[in-house]
Ligand binder design. Structure first.
Ligand code: SF4
Ligand code: SF4
Length: 303
């Protein structure tokens, strides 16, 4: 087993990913397919390209250097097309592009290199009671790298947070949970059939892992996060189901509501289908209704 992981970004000075000022490590690969995913570049467990059409000067350099014949031009003076099934993710085109119109998403990093990068922000962690957050993608989809990185962070005295869907085998969850100080844990859909339809996976392992944390007395270290998606997660039926489930947990009493926002441009840059084109942000009345429903059940609600 190697200490290497595949990440797609390291965001410094993050203030929405746990307490204080944090550095967020975005890991690549996720077993879920949430229709509204706002980090689609984190879904694939492999390197992939993002194409920024507005930067492209149609010079054709990229097609000339690609060793896999994965870039072609349909017409004279047009923009390049990427045949993603042929692309091997080598990044040669991105290095050659004179305007950065093609960007390789995905970077292999080992634990020591990561810790070195995180060390740069120690001052901010100390001053703000912040730390390091692992996000994605789904960090638990790279369990070995995640565990080693968390361990090293703890050895360095960094506060650690895990931003997770909770979808992972129980053993994997147990292996890492003691190295995590704070959990940002998604709660999406109460009904199993809806969960499968809109995220592609069962809700069961997620609920089990959440109960595991609660039973281990870690409930106070958990912030639930509900993406408010109009017509999908914001229905009265779903909110009632989620409130009922969340209320059955002993100590987990914090939730944050995350309103839907449009990320269609990102999907276009990755040539991915975006299923949310006809959706817009939830109105304030919806946010208020959901906030009040959780507050009535004794939750502290962050919007
Ligand atoms: S990443 Fe490599 S294989 Fe893929 S399009 Fe670019 S040059 Fe070709
Ligand atoms: S090398 Fe860059 S600027 Fe030139 S055609 Fe390719 S993507 Fe466009």
């Amino acid at each position: 087993m190697t200490n290497n992981g595949l990440i797609f970004d390291i965001k410094r000075f993050a203030v929405h990913d746990g307490p204080g000022i944090r550095t967020t490590v975005f890991m690549k690969g996720c077993p879920l397919r949430c229709w509204w995913c706002h980090n689609p570049e984190g879904i694939s467990p492999k390197n992939e390209l993002m194409f920024f059409e507005y930067k492209c000067i149609r010079c054709r350099t990229c097609a000339g250097v690609c060793p896999a014949g994965a870039i072609f031009f349909e017409n004279e003076g047009g923009f390049p097309k990427i045949e993603r099934s042929l692309c091997i993710g080598c990044g040669i085109c991105a290095d050659a592009c004179p305007t950065n119109a093609i960007r390789l998403v995905g970077r292999v990093i080992n634990v020591e290199e990561l810790i070195e990068e995180l060390e740069r922000d120690v001052l901010f962690y100390d001053k703000s009671s912040g730390g390091v957050t692992f996000s994605g993608g789904e960090p638990l989809a790279q369990p070995h790298f995640l565990k080693e990185a968390l361990k090293r962070c703890k050895e360095r005295g960094f506060h650690t947070a895990l931003d997770t869907s909770g979808f992972a085998p129980r053993d994997t969850f147990v292996e890492v949970m003691d190295y995590v100080d704070f959990f940002l844990f998604d709660l999406k859909l109460a009904k199993e059939e809806h969960h499968k339809k809109y995220t592609g996976v069962s809700n069961e392992p997620i609920r089990e892992n959440l109960r595991l944390l609660d039973d281990a007395g870690r409930g106070k270290d958990v912030l639930l996060r509900l993406p408010v998606i109009p017509g999908i997660t914001d229905t009265n039926e779903n909110i009632e189901g989620l409130v009922e489930f969340a209320s059955s947990l002993k100590d987990i009493r914090q939730i944050e509501l995350l309103p839907f926002h449009d990320v269609s441009e990102k999907y276009a840059r990755l040539s991915r289908e975006y299923k949310m084109l006809d959706h817009s942000a939830p109105p304030p009345a919806t946010m208020k209704r959901i906030k009040e429903a959780f507050e009535r059940a004794g939750f502290s609600v962050k919007v």
